[in-house]
Design a protein around this ligand. Structure first.
Ligand SMILES: [Zn+2]
Length: 372
């Protein structure tokens, strides 16, 4: 099946819905068109000219980036400037660029979960809750003969999850009526005659983020030409979404020991540390990228150490005097591990949907810093 940029965006946004991104964030399709065809996707933390050259070299028609390629309004696009030349190359080679930034930080399995997992945190919770999953009730009327088939199709598409239970549904038998009119091609019955059919009212719950996928699965499993179904918005809230994660270490260790773990797991040449090296660490908060604004949230959660990047002198001083230890492993080092997570997500979803396209992780190191 031929894959388009739009298909890939649809798959990604089931995982990283744009509505969970922080206000004003620069996300979504920034260059290209949803109708463009894709055989190869390149996943990267940043779009630099070197990454664009890499995309051209490997034949990628689409780049999925964590950081935006366009972050402020463009007043001119001169091809004698670095930025203009890079955008011109993308356009000349018809390469689309899609950005998932804070929605990828916040999403389950995104940047912050990757970090919590890497640091082996237990009982992981969200540091700062921001949204909840929106839920809908899906009701569909299906002939008794096809009830199992439709239930199985919508459950496989992800409907009917309550906590750790899948396939949750309620099913009431009843009688459906319809009369095929001119121009119809009915599965049961004949034109102009009122039909009575034993049907089941199948009701279940579905997250708004995967609603399209579930309805498509339902329609393709349902035998009727015109499917009767309802979607009701619900007041009850689904799973929470938010920035950062907080969790505990299996065993208490010193700040120095934990900093060594951070350095090793992230494979960075050094980390900046605030706090005495012998301090005992048990509870850890993480925010991928620049997270200084959540120092107080980390303190309120009883955190011993807060791992985040781009710490300024006064942020560090603030944390120090409030008694919070901090580790800054650098922005790039902290976030680049989300690239393989995006690659694996797309590879799995392509396989499930029967798409043949390839997904590659960029091999360009985009970190402008190095250590002496
Ligand atoms: Zn970042």
């Amino acid at each position: 099946m031929q894959l388009t940029v739009g298909d890939i965006i649809r798959l990604l946004e089931e995982w990283v819905p744009p509505r969970i991104a922080m206000d004003g964030d620069k996300i979504g399709l920034q260059i290209g068109s949803p109708v463009n065809r894709v055989n190869k996707v390149l996943v990267t933390l940043d779009v630099t000219e070197e990454v664009v050259e890499e995309a051209i070299r490997v034949g990628a028609e689409m780049i999925v980036s964590h950081h935006a390629v366009i972050y402020s309004s463009i007043k001119k696009l001169r091809t004698d400037s670095y930025y203009g030349r890079m955008i011109a190359k993308l356009l000349a080679h018809d390469i689309s660029v899609y950005v998932a930034h804070t929605n990828l930080d916040i999403a389950e399995g995104g940047v912050n979960d990757v970090l919590a997992h890497l640091f082996q945190l237990q009982n992981v919770e969200i540091l700062e809750r921001m949204h909840n999953q929106r839920l809908k009730k899906l009701v569909v009327f299906v002939p008794a003969t096809h009830h199992e088939q439709v239930l199985s199709a919508i459950s496989s598409a992800g409907a009917g999850w309550i906590g750790n239970y899948s396939h949750c549904s309620f099913n009431t038998p009843g009688m459906g009526t319809f009369q095929p009119e001119e121009g119809s091609a009915p599965f049961i019955g004949e034109s102009g005659k009122l039909e009575r059919v034993e049907e089941v009212r199948l009701e279940t719950i579905v997250s708004e983020d995967i609603q399209e996928r579930v309805v498509a699965a339902m329609l393709s499993a349902h035998p009727y030409e015109e499917v009767a179904y309802d979607l009701y918005p619900l007041e009850i809230m689904g799973k929470p979404f938010g920035i950062g994660r907080v969790g505990t270490l299996q065993q208490e260790m010193t700040l120095e020991e934990f900093a060594q773990r951070v350095k090793r797991e992230l494979n960075v040449p050094g980390v900046r540390i605030v706090g005495g090296r012998d301090r005992k660490i048990k509870k850890v908060a993480v925010v991928g990228g620049a997270g200084a604004e959540w120092i107080d949230s980390a303190l309120q959660r009883g955190t011993d150490v807060f791992v985040t990047a781009d710490l300024k002198y006064h942020d560090a001083q603030d944390a120090f005097y409030k008694g919070l230890a901090m580790i800054d492993p650098g922005h790039n080092g902290m976030e680049r591990l989300v690239v393989p997570a995006v690659v694996i997500f797309l590879q799995n979803r392509f396989a499930q949907e029967g798409f043949q396209a390839k997904v590659l992780a960029s091999e360009v190191l985009t970190d402008p810093f190095y250590f002496l």
